[in-house]
Structures are given as C-alpha cells and as structure tokens.
Design a protein around this ligand. Structure first.
Ligand SMILES: Cc1ncc(COP(=O)(O)O)c(C=O)c1O
Length: 379
C-alpha cells in the first residue's frame, strides 16, 4: 500500500503485482490456462467468463453457439449474470428478466435424486447424461458451454459420484461445448489440490476463482482462460472492451501473492489432502454419521455436509415446517461453532489451517447441536 496504493489496468497500463500474480497463476493452474482476468468478486469473474465464451464463438463465426448449460441449485454469484447462471429458483424469482439462453439441468446429488436401488456410479452417469440431453434438445450447434462447480458448494456441498465429471467432459468434447469451471470455493486447496479440476480430472476452458486467492484478506477474483479461447481472442478479436476499475488492484494482487506463498510454505494443501481431509471424513462418519437424526455425512478435502433425516441412515426428511436445519445451526452457533444450513443440509467449509483438534472440537459441538434439535423435535 505504501509503494503503490492504486493504478488502473486500462489502456495498456498495468502495475507490477498483477503481472507477477498472473504469471504465478498461469504456473499453478492446470496446463493450457495461461491468461488471467482479474476482478473483485466471483460474480464479476463469472460475468467475464460468460462474455468471453460467447465472444469466442462469435469470433469463430459461430455466434449461434450461445446457450449455456448449468445445474439446478448451482451458485455462481449474485449479479444478474451470476444469479442467471446459478440455479437457485428463489433468486430467479427476483430477477425479473434473467440473462437469456441459460438452461438448468439436474445436479449430481445422489442423496436426493438417486433411485433406491441405483448405485452411485450409475447415478453419476445418469446425472451427466442430463447434460447431454439438454445439449441435444438445444442442438449442439447452439450450445456454447457447460458451467459447473467441481463440488456444488452453496447448494449444499453436493459431491458428485466419481463417474460424473469424466462423463460430462466426454459429452462436452463430443459436442464441442466449452467447460467453464467455477472454482470460487474449490480453488487453492479446498479439495486437497490447488484446483478442484485436478481432484476430478477436469480439463477446463475457463476457471473462475476468488475467495481463497487472498484467503479473504482483500477482495480479488481471477478468471483463468485457456489457450483455445485466448488465442482466438488475440488473433481474431482486436481489442476486448472489458475491464473494471479495480481489475488487477495492486494491493489485492500483492496480498494474493503473499497468501499463495504462505499456503505453499505451510504445506496446507498437502495437509488437507493427506491428513485433515481424510480425518474430517472419518470424524464425520464415526462421530456424526451414527447420530439418530443424521441420514448421511460426506466430505472431500475440507468441505463437508451432514444430511439431517428422520432416522439414522435414511433419506426421509423432517416436515419442512420443522425447520430442523435452522435449529441445529442456531444451537451450534450458540456454542461458538459457525456453520451454515441449506434446508436440512448442514454444510462445513472450515479454514485450511484447521488441525485434527479443531475437527474433533467441531464434531463434538455439532453432535451436541444435533442432540438439542432431536430433543426439541422429540425425535
Ligand atoms: C461457486 C461460487 N461462484 C461464485 C460465487 C460468487 O462470488 P462473490 O460472492 O465473490 O461474488 C460464489 C460465492 O459464494 C461461489 O460459491
């Protein structure tokens, strides 16, 4: 801040820290993503992603390739673009005019949508085929991209079966549909790798990142752009009329550089992959999974979910007016455990610096909160 509190990135200008950060991100990200657009939020970055993808197809002389396939209950931000790309019906209801040509399909959420006798594997393939059905219905020549979070976060930490992403990727390649991967939650270590794309073997055309890029110390987002798009843009596009006043803010980029260095120096991602991630999965299964009103626990890296159900191990929900999710959340918060609920799904996304002791403490408090809710509901 003392060196350079601000200068803009318009009209062939830049400052040192965004240049260094862009190079660092190109190194860190999966191969083939070598250009970065900076912004101040995930919503802004997804807006840029949508503009880029549609402009790419226009430059390729295929402007009719314009439709985006997304998923119901996906979260991609709160701007008009973000809410339109997202699949939250209550948000759509307040848009009064969404961004057109966005179609939403079934999410890979086995707990709710798998048939009783359907394996996880088969359900994953069925959920992926919902993407193909939407592509075929729209006509592959009209579909620009599929957008998805590797793990749906705000929608309820919906962890896809292992069969889902490879099949989605195969389908998108077959129909020449680009893959826009929204890693606002999963990037920079959450799943035990730098990017959720690595955890799931996804080869994306764009990756949206924000949050953990600075660990929240400053607002910053980075949209990483694959070579296929950027080469077309550079070779055929002329100037791309886009940018925000705070794109590549020098202070935010300096903070991101320091933050990434600390994540690396402290070995946080290895720790999540090898130690705290597996430990969280085991602790949720053994300490929470056995509770009378828990239907399922699941986690990947340091993101997890607990499904509240009428009976242990079942998929039968409490009546919606019981508000059991909110009751559990409120009791947990009274005890100093900050959690969020999405309906009757409790979701957790703790800091990457958590140790086994933190996980034990959280599970203990969560179990008390579940006890309290069960007692209140006479369950
Ligand atoms: C997957 C995902 N995409 C986009 C966003 C929007 O990011 P922001 O709130 O920074 O606009 C979020 C925010 O939670 C998110 O989880």
């Amino acid at each position: 801040m003392r060196e350079l509190p601000y200068y803009n990135s318009f009209f062939r200008c830049t400052t040192p820290t965004p240049v260094l950060l862009a190079a660092r991100l190109a190194d860190l990200s999966p191969s083939g993503l070598n250009q970065v657009f900076f912004g101040s939020s995930g919503s802004e970055a997804n807006d840029t992603a949508l503009r880029l993808v549609r402009h790419f197809w226009a430059l390729e002389r295929r402007p009719e390739k314009n439709i985006i396939i997304s998923r119901k209950t996906a979260y991609h931000g709160s701007s008009i673009t973000g809410a339109s790309l997202g699949g939250m019906s209550h948000m759509h209801g307040q848009l009064h005019g969404a961004v057109p040509n966005i179609v939403h399909v079934m999410p890979p959420y086995a707990y709710e949508f798998a048939e009783t006798d359907e394996s996880d594997h088969d359900f994953g393939l069925r959920a992926a085929r919902a993407v193909e059905e939407a592509i075929l219905e729209a006509g592959p020549d009209n579909v620009a991209a599929f957008i998805g979070e590797p793990v749906m976060g705000a929608g309820g930490v919906r962890i896809p079966p292992a069969s889902y992403w490879p099949e989605v990727q195969r389908i998108c390649r077959k129909h020449d549909v680009l893959l826009m991967i929204d890693e606002v939650i999963t990037a920079y270590g959450r799943t035990g790798a730098w990017f959720g794309c690595e955890t799931y073997g996804i080869e994306p055309d764009t990756i949206t990142t924000a949050k953990a890029l600075t660990s929240g110390y400053q607002p910053l987002s980075a949209l990483m752009v694959g070579d296929r798009i950027s080469e077309t843009l550079v070779e055929k596009g002329g100037e791309f009329f886009h940018g925000y006043t705070y794109s590549g803010h020098p202070v935010c980029c300096a903070v991101a550089l320091a933050n990434l260095e600390i994540i690396e120096r402290e070995g946080l991602i290895d720790r999540v992959r090898k130690d705290t991630g597996p430990y969280l999965a085991e602790a949720l299964a053994s300490k929470i999974g056995s509770h009378a009103i828990v239907g399922e626990t699941r986690s990947i890296g340091l993101m997890g979910a607990v499904e509240i159900a009428r009976e242990n191990g079942s998929r039968e929900r409490f009546d919606s007016e019981s508000g059991v999710g909110n009751i559990v959340r409120d009791i947990a918060i009274e005890q100093g455990l900050m959690i969020r609920c999405v309906g009757d799904t409790i979701i957790l996304s703790p800091p990457l610096i958590w140790t086994r002791e933190h996980i034990d403490m959280a599970c203990e408090r969560l179990r008390h909160a579940l006890d309290g809710a069960a007692a209140r509901l006479g369950a």
